[in-house]
Design a protein around this ligand. Sequence first.
Ligand code: DX5
Ligand code: ZN
Length: 229
Amino acid sequence: MFDRTIKIAPSILSADFANFGAECRAIEAQGADWVHVDVMDGHFVPNLTFGPATCAAIRKHIKGVMDVHLMISPVDAYIEAYAKAGADVITAHLESGPHIHRTLQAIRAAGAKAGLALNPGTGLDQLPYLLDMVDLICVMTVNPGFGGQKFIHSQVEKVKALRAMIGDRPIHIEIDGGVTTETAPLVAAAGADVLVAGSAVFSGGSVDTPQVYGRNIAAIRAAATAAMG
Ligand code: DX5
Ligand code: ZN
């Protein structure tokens, strides 16, 4: 069911890479709504992470939504594999190739919800032609590639404009990058409902001290929800 309540999506890019199964179970037990998986190819972004086989293995440890963010180019050839790996949402970048319309069609055809990610330097001018093909729009509030970067404040205005454009369509606005208890209220007030957070969820905790994850998730959710009015 679609709703605009705040959803916290921890990015396992900040988890213990030797222990993904336990990390996914821990964040869900501590209140994570979605699990965000950052797929990087060393070409579209300067970092390398998870292939489809890793996603399939992680999937077994996630009860809720597996939110797969593809920072890869070309992207079309891999959509089917990530859908088969169990992704519920597959997000591709508008900047990842010349045929984003086809890419979004392919994601829905593979049986996943379609997400469209926009880099900080990308405007909204193409959105009117894509809005009816997407279930989620991810506004990048850092340049993609790494966790732990600083939130880019110019993106808050973009979120506001996007929220107005979406109207009553059932499209989530996701924020990815630099989300903290300080920045979450800004984007929640602007109209975002899915907040990805890597370092702000995992810092200070571990699978042996999962209550730290719980406190971090609850603090981000409380700050964001209070700002929604
Ligand atoms: C950046 C990734 C983000 C990142 C968020 O390329 O898409 O999901 O891991 O990490 P934080 O919350 O640490 O900025
Ligand atoms: Zn991401």
